[in-house]
Design a protein around this ligand. Structure first.
Ligand SMILES: [Ca+2]
Ligand SMILES: [Ca+2]
Ligand SMILES: [Ca+2]
Length: 213
């Protein structure tokens, strides 16, 4: 009886833990995701700086922290959609309008690899879109957003980082979806660690001097 209760409480606890996939944790809630890494985030792109529709079909659109570009030839869409909106999948502000199908993917290339990334997805029917993470150890991991309209984010906690995200059709059916409020954290630069290390060394030395007096 007791082990039954223990088993039940364990499964409840496990159901509360974010989905684990190797050393990458995924989130469907932005606030929970933000608490997974050391805030603040390094970038937040809401596409509000765009004043006209900008296609990322044949050339990349650079937002600063990342660039968007279509791979393949199947789609007539794939643009940053500014008001008045051309397309249906949006939250009422400028956003990235993506169309993926068996012949067309969209890639998001990061200026610096990211350890944390999240975005709001719109009209992204669950099961139809693969979100493929390319990691700096040349491995890939594939996820799918779980809500038609909602947040999807991940945190890599094993020292690796994501260099590119590819959005692709999970099956034969194409899918059009909006992406907005794209937020993330770059991998800490070695120089940052060097600064931290030299700061610690200075603190250590000054303490030693104090003790010698
Ligand atoms: Ca927006
Ligand atoms: Ca427009
Ligand atoms: Ca859709």
């Amino acid at each position: 009886m007791r082990s039954l209760v223990r088993g039940a409480s364990l499964s409840i606890i496990l159901s509360l833990v974010p989905q684990l996939h190797g050393a990458i944790i995924t989130y469907s809630n932005r606030t929970s995701w933000q608490s997974s890494f050391a805030p603040p985030s390094d970038f937040f792109v809401d596409f509000s700086t765009f004043t006209q529709d900008s296609s990322f079909r044949t050339s990349a659109v650079d937002t600063g922290p990342f660039a968007l570009q279509q791979l393949g030839t199947g789609s007539s869409q794939n643009l940053v959609d500014t008001a008045a909106f051309n397309l249906m999948d949006n939250n009422g502000t400028n956003y990235a309008a993506n169309k993926v199908d068996p012949n067309t993917q969209v890639k998001m290339n990061f200026l610096i690899p990211v350890v944390a990334w999240g975005a709001d997805f719109y009209d992204a029917i669950p099961g139809l879109i693969d979100v493929v993470l390319s990691l700096d150890d040349n491995s890939t991991v594939t996820y799918q957003p779980s809500a038609i309209d909602g947040f999807f984010g991940f945190f890599v906690n094993d020292g690796r980082a994501v260099t590119m995200i590819t959005f692709r059709a999970a099956g034969a059916q194409g899918q059009h979806f909006g992406l907005d409020d794209v937020e993330g954290k770059f991998i800490p630069e070695p120089s940052t660690w060097a600064l931290v290390a030299s700061g610690l060394a200075l603190a250590f030395l000054s303490r030693r001097k104090l003790f010698r007096r």
